[in-house]
Design a protein around this ligand. Sequence first.
Ligand code: GYE
Length: 330
Amino acid sequence: MFKQVLAGVGAGALLLGLTACGGGDDSGDGGSGDGLVVGFAQVGAESAWRTANSESVKSAAEADDRIAELKFVDGQQEQEKQIEAIRNFITQQVDVIVLAPVVETGWTDVLQEAEDAGIPVVLADRGVEAADEDLYVTRLGSDFAEEGRKAGAWAVETFADDPDGTRILELQGTTGSAPANDRKSGFFEVLDAEGLNYELVDSQSGNFTAEEGKAVMETFITTHGLEGIDLLYAHNDEMGLGAIQAIEEAGFKPGEDIQIIIVDGSKAGFQAGVDGKLNYIVECNPVFGEQLMDVVVDVANGESMEKFTPVEEGVFDSTQFEAELPNRQF
Ligand code: GYE
């Protein structure tokens, strides 16, 4: 009965957190009572991946008796908003802060403030620069460099015998974000190590959104044309799907006239694959809410942990798109 009441409070506070954007007046009594008060500074709502991730964390917190309340703040892809949220969590004396940092740098001061207040920080999804490693307990998320390497391995396999060299366009994620930095470095690391003869014709950020991905692809097409371009590497589904629209509007066939790799693997991404509009999907798994709650509880109990806990993920080529589509959770 008591737990049910707590769960109800948690859900209400969650709505408050959304509208009040971290300035909610429902201050948690962190540290006392049954169950933990957790503050989650999320990146935003830029992609299907992100929506599924928020949903997974919220529902896991609600279902978990060990969690009294989740204070959820959508940072709208702005670091300043996330920093403000963390400062509010500190004022509210939450038990654990969970941060999905939009970019890698610029966190030292606020993470230090959390440490000074004695509140442990867990990174979910994205990472921060190595210099700040001592200011968080652990990161639960994907190995983005490995995702880039998987994309690179397929590119090498697909284009190794191309006598003229492979001409590549790249749509990068949010500038300065861990997945943009690492998906890029992992990809080119493999191309270089395997000695693929390639040219990076252009590479710009599409900020992980469909709109910006489409706009950048339009500029690519205007600037370089599409004839003679072999491959588009998009760091997420939304940018790839936006680019597909731009390619079609320019009168070309995505997946045929230009091969396309995306990272994430949403339903919409797989559907585009089934429709023959893209060629390779590197999976990035957002559904780690339950795992995150375990980490949060362990951290609150002061247990020692690994600095990084990877989420399991796979890869899919065109022979697998149709069979995998019904399995997708987001
Ligand atoms: O790939 C992208 C989202 O940080 C792994 O962020 C995440 C990325 C994901 O916007 O779709």
